[in-house]
Design a protein around this ligand. Structure first.
Ligand code: DGP
Length: 178
């Protein structure tokens, strides 16, 4: 109901604007497509668990304590490594969201619990991570395109507080993301 009323108001305002301004009449106005409210509610419900997990993780984000990724770097926990050099490790995500889903991390966290904690001294490793993401995409054969994502903080749905880039591909990805 509220959406219909808002649309009616917008239509009235648009008509009135077009009627008064001949210069605008020749241009097509782009009115943003409306997301059906029910679809939005369903999406919110399906991602509620991830959001709760992200909020819980954020509460302990900056303790500086080790995360699961430290154990992956030290090989205490096994992972499927895709690429490795002296600074960077890339391994397959345990919960893949696409046929190819690889995480690219700095081997030494050095305060980078998330991108928002980056300082000028981190610029070099940030570049190395991004370049490693490109190498991973090539190695994985993502010649038709891919996406690189960094989730930051609770609203970004970050769950592990050791900076990581997600490299996603192997299917047609949608935009905008949820
Ligand atoms: P994010 O939500 O952006 O913080 O992503 C964290 C990712 O880490 C998530 O997609 C799942 C992945 N992950 C968590 N634990 C493990 C693990 O033990 N092994 C692997 N390979 N991936 C993990």
């Amino acid at each position: 109901m509220a959406t219909r009323a808002a649309a009616a108001t917008l239509t009235a305002a648009t008509s009135s604007l077009l009627g008064r301004s001949p210069s605008l009449r020749s241009h097509s106005l782009r009115v943003p497509r409306q997301v059906p409210p029910q679809r939005f509610v369903r999406h919110v419900a399906s991602s509620a668990n991830e959001e709760a997990a992200a909020r819980a993780a954020a509460a302990t984000a900056d303790t500086g304590g080790p995360t699961i990724f430290d154990k992956i770097v030290s090989k205490e926990i096994p992972s499927s490594v895709v690429y490795e050099d002296d600074k960077v490790l890339a391994f397959r995500d345990i919960n893949p969201q696409a046929p190819v889903h690889v995480l690219v991390i700095p081997k030494v966290r050095d305060g980078l619990t998330g991108l928002s904690k980056a300082e000028p001294r981190h610029a070099e490793i940030l570049g190395q991570l991004l370049y490693a993401a490109k190498v991973v995409a090539e190695k994985e054969g993502l010649a038709n395109g891919y996406r690189v994502v960094i989730n930051d903080g609770a609203e970004g749905c970050q769950s592990v507080y050791h900076l990581h880039l997600h490299v996603l591909g192997g299917r047609q990805l949608k935009w905008p993301p949820g």
